[in-house]
Design a protein around this ligand. Structure first.
Ligand code: SAM
Ligand code: DTB
Ligand code: SF4
Length: 320
């Protein structure tokens, strides 16, 4: 396959046409595309740690960590370095190759960025890839984190530009695009995706994937999060997305961004093994392992390894 498959000029009609194919045609095309660019039957494992939990001033309607919603969360300040290193070591020993540190900030202060840089350097020393998601960054902060050895920065677009205002009012879509540009300029890998199952239409799902695919460079990592519904958040009680539609989203992301690793991200506790199998066939090449995402549950490591066995999947070695 030549680089003709790497496009940044997708129209909404083209993305809809991908979504609208018979499921077998879509999955066949996505799996064929997957095998041209990625090792078959191989899934990369990342592990998350919430390094600073709750008390966030933003109003993201899906998020249990926003101060605007009563979710009974146990908030905590930035964790000390020893705790973070111990969690990373445990994740590495279990088979994770990337450690992702999440903080409930709108944007870090310079002193918080310095402290996270120390965490990044310490986790890097364990031989793991590092990822952080800390909110909006200035160009200087992105440079500082890159300097400390941060491999990936996660910052999601979350949904389509049209639906965005229904979900978040405390920062704009353009704010997010600006942070992504700073991350790129600093030379880090971009991890950027969104959430489905928030009551959006297929038009919005297509709009989100089109935005991601039409970024100046495709993100290296594209997390597709299935909304984790948390009591107390405005989106609690939303009609869940059908697993078949989730698989379609993974497949369309796979086709639009051939080199990206698509992560079947939050929400796997709500999916059967068969639904997850479909998502792997659709081209998902990464998952989060470990009992907890940031604040919500995730399948146990043992359950995931049993699923890998049943599906004949192997954990990707470091660097893949
Ligand atoms: N505060 C930072 C920010 O929002 O950029 C970083 C942490 S935030 C929790 C990271 C991402 O997690 C969000 O952008 C959102 O896409 C995802 N997320 C948060 N709550 C979620 C939920 N209930 N279900 C699925 N994904 C969620
Ligand atoms: C991403 O796209 N998904 C992860 C990670 N990036 C930081 C976060 C999922 C959070 C799910 C809700 C929670 O556990 O609080
Ligand atoms: Fe804050 Fe991030 Fe949650 Fe939004 S998603 S409320 S910015 S922690």
């Amino acid at each position: 396959m030549t680089d003709q498959a790497i496009r940044h000029d997708w129209t909404l009609n083209e993305v809809h046409a991908l979504f609208n194919q018979p499921l077998n045609d879509l999955l066949f095309r996505a799996q064929s595309m997957h095998r041209r660019w990625h090792a078959a039957n191989t899934v990369q494992i990342s592990t998350l740690l919430s390094i600073k939990t709750g008390g966030c001033p933003e109003d993201c309607k899906y998020c249990p960590q926003s101060i605007h919603y009563e979710t009974g969360l146990d908030a905590h300040a930035l964790l000390p370095l020893e705790d973070v290193v111990a969690a990373a070591q445990k994740a590495r020993d279990a088979g994770a190759t990337r450690f992702c540190m999440g903080a409930a900030w709108r944007s870090p202060t310079n002193s918080q960025t310095r402290k996270v840089s120390e965490l990044v350097a310490a986790v890097s020393e364990l031989g793991m890839e590092t990822c952080a998601t800390l909110g909006m960054l200035t160009a200087d902060q992105a440079g500082q984190l890159a300097q400390a050895g941060l491999d990936y920065y996660n910052h999601n677009l979350d949904t389509s530009p049209e639906y965005y205002g229904e979900i978040i009012t405390s920062r704009t879509y353009q704010d997010r695009l600006d942070t992504l540009a700073h991350v790129r300029t600093a030379g880090m890998h971009v991890c950027c995706g969104g959430i489905v199952g928030m009551g959006e239409t297929r038009h919005d799902r297509a709009g989100l994937l089109r935005q991601l695919a039409n970024l100046p460079e495709h993100p290296e990592s594209v997390p597709i999060n299935n909304l984790m519904q948390v009591e107390g958040t405005p989106l609690h009680g939303t009609e869940p997305l059908s697993p078949l539609e989730l698989a379609r989203c993974v497949a369309v992301a796979r086709i639009l961004m051939p080199k990206a690793v698509v992560r079947l991200s939050a929400g796997r506790t709500e999916l059967s093994e068969e639904a997850q199998a479909l998502c792997f066939f659709a081209g998902a090449g990464s998952i989060f392992c470990g009992d907890q995402l940031l604040t919500t549950p995730n399948p146990s490591f043992d359950a995931d390894m049993a699923m890998f066995d049943a599906l004949g999947l192997a954990a990707a070695p470091a660097g893949q």
